[in-house]
Design a protein. Structure first.
Lengths: 499, 319
């Protein structure tokens, strides 16, 4: 009953005309800016934060949350249409989403992304309202050793993710891990693998790497073969998914909502694993896994739902503990603080209208996003009709602006160009960038957690065995890798025997 | 037509367009940290007052990286025309020379000081069930090698690293140290009880202390903070030598014209007397400098004394 009363307070706050207007503005502006290639949620919120300074804290947070969802959705749009993921979480969407767009089903891909996100967002809102506080206490049991186990588990997923040869996937994961070690050493402050380039002392930025190996490389590939591009855009496809596509997507969306919600609560940015985990699960469950990577709608529906569920539940550590789990939430902390409100365990009791109003506005934001985006899909898809010679120059320009705006650093633009060339080389060698990006993202966290765990255990590796949760996760990870690698090993053995 | 173009170009490129008073166009405040952190917030709050008082937008540009030294390097190399100023801080203008061997600026020589904006007090906090009732018992634990007390910090070069290094060096103790990327993850493990203690800026910790998910032993300022009136000062709690604050101050590149320096300092002094601005800074737990502490000369002295204080401590810790 408490829950209903609280949600009542929340909706009463969120549904005032002013707050509704702010939620709408946030979603709309967030989507518009987020659609620019390379401008993900972080850059968008940072750029638009001054807009919120003039309203009261509740309204400001509602608007910022709207910007966040909007930008996240906008990021999926560029991932699907242009193969440019603006955020870690959109990397997986790009794999099958862009294939769908190439097959002329861009409308359906965008549609299912919006519908899946809406469903997942609605469920996640309820999860936050009902279970936020108790789940946080559970998540706190995760120490460095447990996280390390989770990250190793994630690397197992990277191998499942691969389309072709397991060996190539492993190569790319390792490359990603190596790239993640570039930069200042966490404990000693010494530069590692920076080749004496000062701008690399903070490591390679995710957006720089992703935009290079996905976006720029994609443009190079298209320029090589302009006719293929024209064939792809001849057909837009229907804007809404067919009944068959909806049927296929239902199960993945349901499962992904669960996966994403749980991973999103983990305070160590577990949310990044959501889309990857969902994709891996669907690929394993599918009757015909070979469709994945060639435009399977399940590969868009699941990850997008997981992404949105995680985006939502990652508010839990922020709202209940006052600890931001990732960079976007850190920005939200900043925004709250500017409004004279320091996030923490007190917020829920001291400012109930703000807390519950924000939760209610999450659901409203998801609904608005659906309303805004379904009609806009036609517009986004029409973008593909723009002649490519105009389009690729515009994309390159916006990429450069987007990359520059992240750190206001011109070197990031040069690095993006470099990774673009590297990505083109990967395409030529038949190597996939997605496992590399997962390795890159996990590598940083994994090293950090490994070293913390070992520092706290004074160097004893037994900490990974003695702690039951960590040991279980590591055992699971080992099992996943064995399952992922075994069939491939068998197959290559068979081949060897045949020869 | 040609003349018009020339006129426009002249307006854009002349530092002070046709004798117009400074500022005649928007001013950039470089914040050397990501948006949302304590330094960023202080810059935005003061920037708002500057915009209103001087009739031109003061725009915050976040240039994060290498413990703030990337942004300050860029600021130091920009034109000293008053249109690029920067929010320096205890790390960039105190600890950096000891931490970064290739530092491209000298905190004491390459800047025109404008004035100290605000200090953020440092708290010593521990997990809520740490077996020490007060600072004295806490110190005894940290000093006892058998207790194996575990410290967390937010990365080499962060405020939490430098200030806790100062603490252990004053105590002559060595803790087990775990490094995190940022205050958030470190705080998370402190709340979860994975580590025992850390030091950090009050604004990052105040709500967790109030909510009882961590406990604060002392605040390293001469007076208690209105944000946490129950937390004793280090002097009261028996460690009077531990006085440290993460101060933030405005700097311009070396060679800023005297009148502009005066104009900016004058505006800063008024900003810190402005009721609305004061309240927002105090709500953060910040300490606002008194009149004497706001002058450029006082800031210059502060920078020199901070570099002298941090260099030996941090160099020794890295051995």
């Amino acid at each position: 009953m408490d829950l209903l009363a609280n949600l009542g307070v929340g909706f009463a706050t969120a549904l005032t005309p002013m707050n509704l207007f702010l939620a709408f503005t946030g979603c709309f502006v967030g989507t518009l800016v987020g659609v620019l290639p390379g401008v993900g949620p972080i850059a968008t919120i940072a750029m638009l934060m001054p807009l919120t300074l003039k309203v009261d804290p509740t309204g400001a947070l509602i608007m910022l949350a709207g910007i966040y969802y909007g930008a996240q959705y906008g990021g999926s749009t560029t991932a699907i249409l242009l193969n440019i993921p603006g955020e870690v979480t959109a990397v997986v969407t790009a794999i099958d989403g862009h294939e769908m767009a190439r097959k002329g089903e861009a409308g359906a891909a965008l549609g299912i992304a919006a519908l899946g996100s809406f469903f997942a967002g609605s469920v996640a809102t309820l999860v936050i309202a009902a279970l936020g506080a108790p789940l946080t206490r559970l998540a706190l049991l995760f120490g460095p050793a447990e996280y390390f186990g989770l990250m190793v588990f994630g690397l197992g997923l990277a191998i499942v993710l691969a389309r072709g040869s397991v060996l190539k996937a492993v190569i790319m994961v390792v490359l990603g891990l190596l790239l993640s070690t570039v930069g200042t050493d966490l404990e000693t402050g010494q530069d590692r693998l920076t080749l004496g380039i000062g701008e690399l002392s903070d490591g390679v930025d995710f957006a720089v790497l992703a935009m290079g190996v996905f976006g720029i490389a994609e443009i190079l590939r298209n320029l090589e073969n302009p006719e293929a591009r024209n064939v792809a855009i001849a057909q837009i496809g229907r804007l809404l998914p067919t009944r068959e596509q909806l049927r296929r997507s239902f199960g993945p969306i349901l499962r992904a909502t669960g996966i994403g919600s749980i991973l999103g609560i983990l305070p160590g940015n577990g949310a990044v694993l959501g889309p990857f985990a969902s994709y891996a699960v669907e690929k394993k469950l599918a009757q015909d896994p070979s469709r994945f990577g060639r435009g399977a709608i399940e590969g868009v529906a699941g990850p997008e739902a997981a992404n949105n569920a995680g985006a939502q539940t990652s508010f839990i550590p922020l709202l209940t503990l006052g600890i931001p789990p990732n960079a976007v939430m850190a920005l939200m902390v900043g925004a709250m603080t500017i409004h004279g409100l320091i996030p923490g365990p007190q917020v829920m009791t001291k400012h109930p209208t703000l807390f519950w109003g924000m939760i209610a506005s999450m659901w409203i934001g998801n609904l608005l996003l659906l309303i805004i985006n379904l009609p806009l899909i036609g517009l986004w898809v029409r973008l593909l009709r723009v002649p490519y010679r105009l389009m690729f120059t515009t994309i390159l320009l916006f990429c450069a602006i987007g990359i520059y705006s992240i750190n206001n650093n011109p070197y990031d633009v040069y690095f993006t160009a470099f990774f673009g060339l590297a990505g083109y080389l990967f395409i030529k060698l038949g190597l996939e960038p997605a496992p590399m990006l997962l390795g890159f993202v996990l590598g940083k966290l994994m090293e950090e957690k490994l070293r913390q765990a070992l520092a706290l255990s004074e160097g004893s590796f037994m900490t990974f065995v003695e702690r039951p949760v960590a040991a279980t996760l590591l055992a699971l990870a080992a099992a996943v890798m064995v399952i992922a690698v075994l069939p491939a090993v068998n197959r290559s053995r068979q081949k060897a025997f045949q020869e | 037509m040609k003349r018009l173009v020339l006129f426009v170009l002249a307006c854009v490129f002349s530092p002070v367009g046709f004798g117009q008073a400074y500022p005649s166009r928007p001013v950039t405040i470089i914040v050397p940290f990501a948006a949302g952190g304590p330094t960023d917030i202080i810059a935005r709050i003061s920037g708002e007052y500057f915009s209103k008082a001087l009739g031109q937008q003061f725009v915050v540009e976040n240039v994060a990286g290498a413990g703030g030294t990337t942004g300050i390097t860029r600021g130091a190399q920009s034109k000293p025309d008053g249109y690029t100023i920067m929010m320096g801080h205890m790390g960039t203008h105190g600890a950096a020379p000891a931490l970064y061997a290739n530092l491209k600026y000298d905190p004491a020589r390459d800047f025109t000081p404008i004035g100290l904006v605000a200090g953020t007090p440092i708290l010593i906090v521990a997990r809520k069930d740490f077996p020490a009732a007060n600072l004295k018992e806490f110190i005894a634990k940290v000093k006892d090698p058998a207790a194996k007390v575990k410290q967390a910090h937010a990365g080499v070069g962060s405020v939490s690293y430098t200030t806790c290094t100062l603490l252990t060096s004053q105590l002559g103790a060595r803790s087990i140290v775990a490094a995190y990327r940022g205050t958030g993850p470190a705080l998370n493990d402190l709340v979860g009880g994975q580590v025992d203690y850390m030091c950090d800026q009050i604004v990052n910790l105040v709500e967790q202390v109030k909510g009882g998910s961590i406990r604060a032993y002392a605040i390293a300022t001469p007076a208690r903070s209105p944000a946490l009136p129950d937390v004793p000062t280090t002097k009261e709690a028996g460690l009077p030598g531990y006085q440290v604050s993460a101060w933030n101050a405005l700097f311009a590149p070396q060679g800023l014209p005297k009148e502009i320096q005066g104009r900016l300092n004058d505006t800063l002094v008024r900003a810190l007397d402005d009721e609305a601005t004061r309240k927002r800074l105090l709500d953060l737990g910040s300490v606002i400098p008194d009149r004497a502490g706001r002058s450029p000369q006082a800031l210059q002295k502060l920078v020199e004394s901070e570099v002298a204080r941090w260099t030996p401590i941090l160099k020794a810790a890295q051995q």
